[in-house]
Design a protein around this ligand. Sequence first.
Ligand code: PMV
Length: 336
Amino acid sequence: MTSRSLAATAVAHPNIALVKYWGKLDEELILPLADSLSMTLDVFPTTTTVRLAPGQAQDCVRIDGSPAAGEPLRRITAFLDRLRIRTGRTERALVETGNTVPVGAGLASSAAGFAALAVAAATAYEAGLDPAGLSRLARRGSGSACRSVFGGFVHWHAAAPGAQDRDHASYAEPLDDVHPGLQPAMIAVLLQTTPKAVSSREAMHRTVATSPLYGSWLRSTREALPSMRSALRAGDLERVGAIAERNALGMHATMETALPPVRYLTPASHHLLAHVRTMRANGEPVWATMDAGPNVKVLCPAVEAPRIAAELAAVSGSPTAIARPGPGAILVAGGV
Ligand code: PMV
């Protein structure tokens, strides 16, 4: 072990799925029931430092300046335990993480968080992982985090049925065939930034177990993935947006028909969704997507984004952030 690798700092960004991950095949390994596809953003980075602490009895985690406890601490400790078993190392760690996005509001803070943690912790514990390995590791923290390891547009593979090593078979990969003329922006409308009442983990589980619509959404999402890949290759933003909006609305229909229902969208979300449809009827190139929270993200051409963001801010009375495709997780300090 070299002293250089005792500590490492990594930065990662959230990603927003255009074809959603919603439902697990395996809850322990965090294997999805279908492939998904996302865009990594260039806003709201999370920075995480992992410092090995020989002789310390417990992991010590600080999130945004406060000591972590309860479920967040348990998830991070379990994540580090997996890495310790894998590397044969026993040191506990000091973890310091700083978010620039509201946590638990459907703005993918856990994706950025676990991607940054995977890169920093794998470096500090000298796990020697390649990018696909880092993606598999991030997946075990939070499924969508495996996509934030990479920049731009990213495809997360579900393990193929019959795969011998299903953990190995499920990882994300950046797309290298997106049409260079495609210049999208994603406008996040921050309607509400308080943490959600039901975790995405619980909501997903309940949806798969009880929603009568889940099977048909799953079939439609499996069809949407290759259509989305071909729309991205063709640089056809209209098709990308249409597929993404329909896939997100379908995902919310599945959770709203779960028992008991999960309703992340609020009247303010629906008001904004209606406005996006009106804008589109008036010829504006805008499409909406929503995740496990009330906030709405609007896909549009980058050149139009400042004007469209101003309109969305005026209609909703909420702040907006314009994101472009952003970078993958990077190590900013530590390592060899
Ligand atoms: O990785 P999780 O458990 O936070 O799942 C989030 C899933 C969605 O954000 C709702 C959809 C997606 O594909 O990111």
